[in-house]
Design a protein around this ligand. Structure first.
Ligand SMILES: [Zn+2]
Length: 142
């Protein structure tokens, strides 16, 4: 819940690339998943199946897979750093529904937008007043 802690989580270029590639590979549905961190570095990417019936416009993580990912994180000593999803037809900006349904105030919200023909990744931090854009700390190497 401490914003100062979240701000120090570093993401590798490779992980950011993987997220953009995962979104671009599914141009007709929102992809979603979790990012685990250890020692201030995002180290693991857990893609979760989107089981929403209208998956082109929203996401709903498969509950069993989500529980499994949280269990794996716990076993590996990771904490939840971020939750990501894609907007196949929109900008990487949270929708009113994203704000309404956000259940993890301490986690960053990563959105990959595919609207303008390329995958753009933007991070957001939840606040009681709404999401605010967050500049990701990206590791130069790794
Ligand atoms: Zn969204």
């Amino acid at each position: 819940m401490n914003p100062a802690t979240e701000a120090t989580i570093q993401f590798s270029r490779a992980l950011c690339h993987r997220l953009r590639a995962a979104a671009a590979a599914e141009p007709t549905r929102e992809v979603c998943g979790l990012i685990g961190a250890r020692d201030g570095v995002a180290v693991a990417h857990y893609p979760i199946t989107n089981v929403a019936p209208d998956a082109s416009r929203r996401y709903h993580m498969d509950p069993a897979a989500q529980i499994g990912a949280f269990r794996a994180m716990r076993l590996r000593g990771e904490t939840l750093a971020a939750i990501y999803h894609s907007h196949p037809n929109g900008p990487p900006r949270p929708s009113p529904r994203d704000l309404r349904e956000w259940a993890y105030p301490a986690a960053l919200c990563l959105i990959i937008g595919l609207a303008d023909g390329r995958a753009r990744l933007q991070a957001w931090r939840w606040t009681p007043a709404g999401f605010i854009a967050h500049r990701l700390a990206v590791l130069r190497r790794a």
